[in-house]
Design a protein around this ligand. Sequence first.
Ligand SMILES: [Zn+2]
Length: 268
Amino acid sequence: MATSTTLDVGQKRVHILDDGVFVTDAGNLFGGSRKASIKGAMHPVLVEAGDEVVLLDAGFGPELPEMLVGRYELRRDETLLDHLDRAGYAAEDVTHVILSHLDADHVGWALSPPSFPNSTVYVQEAALEEARQMPEKDGRRAAVPAVEKGVEDGWCELLDTDGDVLPGVRVEVRSGHSAGHQIVWIGDGDDLALYPGDLAPAKIWLDPDLISGVDTDPEAARRNRIEVLSAAESRDAPVILYHEPGDCLVKVRSKGEGFEAFPIGSRE
Ligand SMILES: [Zn+2]
């Protein structure tokens, strides 16, 4: 049964959406050759900001990218667009899409194909530059032509620093998982929620010592993970976990060297 989680952050209503789950061998995520399968959800986030409708990350898109076939399995009855519809929005209503970085499981509906005809897509320039340097078959590299076309056609905007995309929707560059990886603080003043993207995408990543084989710069990822989660804790901010198949809306509390997650979601 499909459900969606919503929360109110100050004046803003936030919907945690869904683009299915992927199943892959643990070795694809942690490096090495562990023979265990790992399941990850994809939870793009919709923020109602006055007349503007902001989407944070964009799932895998209509189908699993060719290069991942055989290594990843995508399971879903409904896509992001179905969940958007259930939240009361059409693809045409989306005005801003913020991409945390250029991995295929985050850019799908935004880039291949571009599915939000009235939106501007926001990408950090450093993420694009890193993607250009990746090997031919890499997922980030595959996003480059679409981003370059978007910049040329005017629907993609490159950012080169922290800042407000809209009042109450603030991006902050926190690299490590990728160069130019951006997180999003939603809300105003003390009333904030955190979207950490793949800096802390699931409960297992709240342990900063779990160095992921998929982080471009594991040391930067570790440092930023601790700083950002500490900030969320001190602000008592809800944290939205993009890849968490269980409770994807949590609060975090430091415990020893890492963090514990406490679910706060109210399903409706
Ligand atoms: Zn991801």
